[in-house]
Every structure is written in structure tokens, then in C-alpha cells.
Ligand binder design. Structure first.
Ligand SMILES: *Cc1c(COP(=O)(O)O)cnc(C)c1O
Length: 362
């Protein structure tokens, strides 16, 4: 394959964070791909990654961070470890739907509330049965670009004090500023907003999830190497049960360090400004039309638009300018484009994307 200089506005995998190439070289120089995952060198990398994430996400002390292979694995581990009979899922697209399906596939009872593609939820619109043990919400439905506002997520707890609240923030963290007293767990994959190669999932959970997992494990099998107990027993010494993705944990520790230097607040403000640039353009375009109708539910990190030109035509137009956007998801593959607005996409990149689309497509 020829050298590719494009900036990828695809929703994940996406453009790498600009410092990743340097850290890859550093990893090779320091033999990080060779060191043992039981070594002190690895434990330091692990600790640097988790401490950095705690700072960036402003996590309270009662939250633990676990490394898994992906967010898809995290869906399974949540259900396997923290649900004995019934989980509830707010379904509004392909990712939230898949999480819901896992419940039944694991022999649990999954209950769903569903809204049409392109819509999300308010706390009041959700009718959640009292008996559910877990409420699974998707902050940012990457397939449709519909986002559940954090202010709405925060209202769910008041009516459901006993249920554990899990939030899929795979394609939005570190953008959303969660109130961790209102949720129990949040998780993401690194190939979305963290601008890293795929193959690492991060599961953040509080003591309520851990207690629930212990109670379930006392009576049922909750898996093998990736039970919460097994992962925690290693996390305490900055290790994982298995040989993990050491390279990616290292890259995450470095990129998070960079993000902390900028600061979460500045990153959020920049994300807001870039999203506004994109939405303002889409609103006036003769070819594109913003897909999510409710302005309060429009994603700031994965922006979806209906398109008259096919996504491949759009990308053919963008190619000479070294840029590419994502196509629609599933049935919408040919009808929509998706534009990722992650920290790896600078304001200059976004300005260039918008001005090129404006002049070349209209
Ligand atoms: C990408 C994505 C996932 C799955 O992530 P993997 O790393 O592929 O497992 C889950 N949920 C949402 C909202 C996503 O965007």
C-alpha cells in the first residue's frame, strides 16, 4: 500500500493522536514490546496509565480502572459479573442493541426501551421496571450520532436507587463530564476519542459493582480469567491476569499525559467549538442534512448527516485534499456520512474539512 497522508474523520478506528508515532518509536527504543507483564517496568506503565485516567476523568477514589480487550468484551463482563437475572437497556442504534442482545445470549433476561434510529432518551421517557439489577445506557450511539445528555443520565438514579447504572461512553469519553455519584460504571475503547490503535478496552467501576460481582460469584460462575475478582486481584499490583496489550497501555499512559497537560476543560471547549463548526456547515449545505433532529441529543463527537452524494463520492472529492469521512452505519451505509470530532482532530483540521466540503460540494 502506498503512503497515505489523509486525516481520517472516521468514527473509530480514527485519526491517531498526533504524538502516537513518537511514542511508538519510544516503545521500540525502550523494548516495551518485550518486557514482561510481571516486571516492575510494566507495573510503572500501568500505574501511570490509571493515575492519568483518574486525573483526566476526575474519578473519585471509590472507582477502579480495569483493562480489557475491547468495549465489546466489557459488555459481556458487565452482564456476566454484575447481573444475576435482569438487565435493562436503552436501545437507540446498533451498539446499544448489541449490548441488549448479549443479555439474552448469556441466559439473562434483557429488557429494552427502544426509540427510532436518530433519537435518544430523557430520564422521563424511560420506563424502567423496578426489579432490574442493571440499567445500561449508551451516552453516545456511534451508529446514529444521537447522544443522551449527561443531565438526563444524572436523573435516572433518583428513581432507581438499587440498580447499578452502566454507561457506554465508548465514542465520547473524555468529552462528557459525568457526575460519578449518579452512575456506577463507565467504559470505553481506545480507538475512538483517545486516538490509539484498537485492541484495548477500559472498564471503570465503583464499589457497588464490585460488591455485586462478589455476591454473584459466591453463587454462580462469573467467568474465568476476567472475573471482576480476578482482575481486581491483579489491578491492586498494577497488573492484569493475562498477558495484556502492553504497547497500548503504554501509548494510553502517554496520550493521557498529553491530554492532562492540555486539561479536560480545554479539550471539552475545543470539542464544542469544532462540533459547532461542523453542524453550522451541515445546516446550510445543499448536499447534507443533519440527521439527529433534537438539538439537545446531537452528538458532539460523532456527527451524522444524511447525504445526497454517496459517501464514496464524498470521499473521492475529499481524497485530493487528504481527508476522509466515515460512511453511514449498517442500513445507512450509502445514505449518511459520519464525521468524528475527537481530540486527535485539531481545529485546523476541522476548519479545513468544513471549508473543503463547502467549496467542493456545497
Ligand atoms: C465502537 C463502539 C463499541 C465497541 O467497541 P469495540 O472496541 O469494537 O469493542 C461499543 N459501543 C459504542 C458506542 C461504540 O462506538
Amino acid at each position: 500500500m502506498a503512503k497515505d497522508n489523509k486525516i481520517y474523520f472516521t468514527p473509530g478506528p480514527s485519526e491517531l493522536y498526533p504524538t502516537v508515532a513518537t511514542y511508538m518509536a519510544e516503545a521500540l527504543d525502550r523494548k516495551i514490546l518485550t518486557i514482561s507483564h510481571r516486571s516492575k517496568a510494566f507495573q510503572e506503565i500501568y500505574a501511570h496509565a490509571t493515575q492519568g485516567l483518574k486525573q483526566l476523568l476526575n474519578l473519585p477514589d471509590n472507582y477502579q480502572i480495569l483493562f480489557l480487550s475491547s468495549a465489546t468484551e466489557t459488555w459481556e463482563r458487565i452482564l456476566q459479573n454484575c447481573v444475576t437475572s435482569t438487565s435493562f437497556h436503552a436501545v437507540n442504534g446498533s451498539f446499544s442493541k448489541r449490548f441488549y442482545e448479549f443479555s439474552g445470549e448469556l441466559g439473562l433476561t434483557g429488557i429494552k426501551a427502544e426509540v427510532p434510529f436518530g433519537e435518544s432518551f430523557t430520564a422521563n421517557s424511560l420506563t424502567i421496571p423496578a426489579e432490574v439489577e442493571a440499567i445500561c445506557l449508551t451516552h453516545n450511539e456511534t451508529s446514529s450520532g444521537a447522544s443522551m445528555p449527561v443531565s438526563e443520565i444524572n436523573k435516572v438514579r433518583a428513581k432507581h436507587k438499587d440498580a447499578l447504572i452502566f454507561v457506554d461512553a465508548v465514542s465520547s469519553l473524555p468529552f462528557p463530564e459525568f457526575d460519578y455519584s449518579k452512575i456506577d460504571s463507565v467504559f470505553f475503547s481506545v480507538q475512538k476519542c483517545f486516538g490509539l490503535p484498537a485492541g484495548l478496552g477500559v472498564w471503570i467501576l465503583n464499589e457497588r459493582c464490585i460488591e455485586k460481582a462478589k455476591a454473584k460469584a459466591a453463587k454462580h460462575s462469573t467467568g474465568t480469567y476476567h472475573t471482576v475478582d480476578s482482575m481486581l486481584s491483579k489491578a491492586i499490583v498494577n497488573q492484569t491476569p493475562e498477558t495484556p496489550n502492553v504497547l497500548n497501555i503504554f501509548l494510553l499512559s502517554k496520550v493521557v499525559e498529553d491530554m492532562n497537560k492540555i486539561g479536560a476543560k480545554v479539550l471539552r471547549e475545543s470539542t464544542e467549538r469544532k462540533a459547532k463548526l461542523i453542524y453550522d456547515y451541515l445546516e446550510t449545505s445543499s448536499n447534507f442534512e443533519i440527521f439527529v433532529q433534537d438539538e439537545t441529543q446531537r452528538s458532539k463527537t460523532t456527527i451524522v448527516a444524511n447525504t445526497k452524494l454517496s459517501p464514496s463520492e464524498v470521499n473521492k472529492t475529499l481524497a485530493p485534499f487528504d481527508m476522509a469521512v466515515g460512511s453511514g452505519y449498517g442500513n445507512y451505509k450509502e445514505k449518511q456520512i459520519r464525521i468524528a470530532n475527537f481530540p486527535a482532530h485539531s481545529e485546523v483540521h476541522v476548519e479545513k474539512l468544513v471549508s473543503t466540503l463547502k467549496t467542493q460540494i456545497g
